[in-house]
Design a protein around this ligand. Sequence first.
Ligand code: C2E
Ligand code: MG
Ligand code: MG
Ligand code: MG
Length: 292
Amino acid sequence: KAKENGRNQFHFFAKSMQQQVNRRVELEHKLRNAIKNQELNLFYQPIVDTQSASLYGVEALMRWQLSDGSFISPEEFIPVAEESGLINEMGEWLIKQACSDIQLLNSNCDCQCMLSVNVSSQQYRLGFNAEILSTILNDTQFNANLLNLEITESILLDNDQAVMNWLQDLRATGAQLAIDDFGTGYSSLSYLRRFPINTIKIDRSFISDLTASEDSAVLVKAIVSMADSLNLKVIAEGVENNIQLKSLNDLGGQYVQGYFYAKPLPIDALQTWVNEHICRFCCKKNKLTEST
Ligand code: C2E
Ligand code: MG
Ligand code: MG
Ligand code: MG
């Protein structure tokens, strides 16, 4: 009986694994077509400087919309893109498109909006580098000092000289470097001094816990003060409500990205949002301070 159960369970797992593999293969095939048919899109989520109630920057996030209007989440298709190597051309396309979009946004007013893009460690392995980045910056006329490359902790952990050179070359273009999802990885903090990092983004999980868990508050406070003494900027991800914003500000957090201010928006909607909420320096308009 037990043997039979075991066998059934084995069949069950084997079947669901096979289904997962099939889904992967199918997704990769669909993704190739989506790239070819230009079905990938960019959304931009504002990052707010809460001290001056102004726009600090935006993060470009990839979106894949099917013909029926539904979306496939990046949590699902980015791993497929990484494993298949498609992330390389997707990533280059993204930076090009985002630089030209935000270049236009910045030319419409004096906002000087920073642009954050996610760079996967797989892009390092596949040959994305400073030379390619320089060409894009040149072609789009985007100010390199306004570009923020978001990488994850994992790539820094091997303490590899080649990674160090890669990052230093990227920095030499004028672009800045940020650590994404900070605090979720295997945390050896020494890399913050060793590598040429400018910004850390505190992972959303700490922010959602902020009001419920004393530990999260202690951690956020420690991260903010450590970043301060290392001269790093801190951006808090995933701020969804006023209570989280208040406690974050109490802990010294200044830069905020989250649904509380805005969800990721298509470029036209971003321009409208900026016009309506932010342009107090250039257009003397600012509704953010009223709403908070
Ligand atoms: P990420 O880089 O940490 O991006 C932030 C994610 O948090 C985005 O999810 C954003 O929509 C979400 N978010 C922002 N504020 C809130 C909030 O207040 N509440 C909640 N619940 N969520 C919030 P998204 O766009 O689904 O992207 C998920 C992840 O997929 C990204 O995490 C990033 O790791 C990856 N990703 C997305 N686009 C790209 C891309 O173009 N290239 C690469 N390499 N990765 C990407
Ligand atoms: Mg990111
Ligand atoms: Mg993140
Ligand atoms: Mg992430």
